[in-house]
Structures are given as C-alpha cells and as structure tokens.
Design a protein around this ligand. Structure first.
Ligand SMILES: [Zn+2]
Length: 199
C-alpha cells in the first residue's frame, strides 16, 4: 500500500518534470539565479500591480501568516526603522537622486506642485504666519479658473512658461504677514501675479 503511494508519487514527479519547458526553466534558474531574478524583476515592472494584487488576495486567504509577520516585524516607523532608512539613504544616495530626477522629468506638473508647496511651507515657517496644506488645483477649482486679479478666465491647458499660465496668488503676500491658508490665496495668471508682486 505504502509502496503503491510511493510509486504513484514517483510517477507524478516524472510527469511533472517531463514537460521540457518546465525542466529547462528549472535548469536555467539553477544555473543563473541572478539573471533569473532580474528576469523576474523585469516581468514585475511589465505587469504593474500584479504582485500587489496577488499579495492582497493571499492576505485574505492566509490572514494568520501575515499577522505573524507583523508581530515579528515590530512597530512601524520605530527608531530602528528610521535608523535603517538613514543608512539606506546614505548608501544609495546617487541611485536615489537619479530616480528622483527621472520621476521629476516624468511628472513635471506634480513636481512643480510639490516644489511650490514646499516653498509655501518654508516661507510661512520663516515669517511665522499661519500655514495650511492645500494644492494649487484645489484652489483653481474653487475659484472656477478665473483670475482673482484681472477677472479673466485662466486656461488650464496653457503650458508653462506662458504669461497666462495658472498661478497661485497670496492676496496679502506672505512677506507682508499674509497667511498661507485657503482664505488668503486665489487663482491668478502668472503675469498678473508677477505684476502685482512688483508693485
Ligand atoms: Zn489675470
């Protein structure tokens, strides 16, 4: 009986490896594990979201497996985590800078938004005025894409550095004690904004 089962298993194994493609794939993996992992990475970038979806489904099926991992991992963003992130950033400085530069090139609009947001935050901190987090687009939408300085419409499709490119105007400038809050900003044309700050 046990003999039978062993025979069956052996037959099963032979059938499994009889598939030449499967056998070759295994041999490839064993011979060149590095190239294989590169191929796997390439496949993952060509199929974005597949791995995440697989994990999401696996999580639903095996919740205890993930609970155990979380428990072993410890609290998120602990001092240990931050120390690891610091050393990682130090060791991968050039790589991170290259990736960031590439991302900026690929997302010019978002890059501008983030730069502006950081600049507003910094200026508000330096001058000690109240500060609120918001996005430019949120304000443009609120103001119906109409320039608050000249009253003319702002065309969202115009590219930078067109003089009528969308711009965020601080009604009372931060330099004059104006707050960086929704109440103190409005949609404007770049040129109207520049003229106003030159006064
Ligand atoms: Zn205007």
């Amino acid at each position: 009986m046990a003999d039978d089962r062993a025979k069956k298993r052996e037959a099963e194994r032979r059938r499994y490896w009889a598939d030449p493609e499967r056998f070759r794939a295994k041999r490839r993996r064993n011979r060149n594990p590095k190239r294989e992992s590169e191929a796997a990475r390439r496949w993952q970038t060509e199929h974005p979201g597949y791995a995440a979806e697989w994990v999401r489904r696996d999580r639903l099926v095996n919740p205890e497996k993930y609970a155990e991992r979380e428990r072993l991992r410890g609290p998120r963003n602990s001092e240990q985590d931050r120390a690891y992130q610091r050393t990682y950033r130090e060791a991968h400085k050039a790589e991170i800078a290259a990736k960031t530069a590439a991302w900026r090139l690929a997302h010019p609009e978002r890059n501008l938004e983030l730069k502006e947001q950081a600049s507003r935050r910094r200026r508000a901190r330096l001058t000690g005025v109240p500060h609120e987090e918001f996005t430019r687009d949120e304000i443009f939408e609120r103001d119906g894409w109409v320039c608050g300085i000249c009253g003319e419409p702002v065309d969202p499709t115009l590219p930078w550095p067109h003089p009528r490119f969308k711009s965020l105007d601080h009604i009372i400038p931060i330099a004059k004690g104006g707050a960086n809050t929704r109440a103190n900003v409005q949609c404007a044309h770049t040129l109207c904004n520049a003229r106003k700050s030159a006064r």
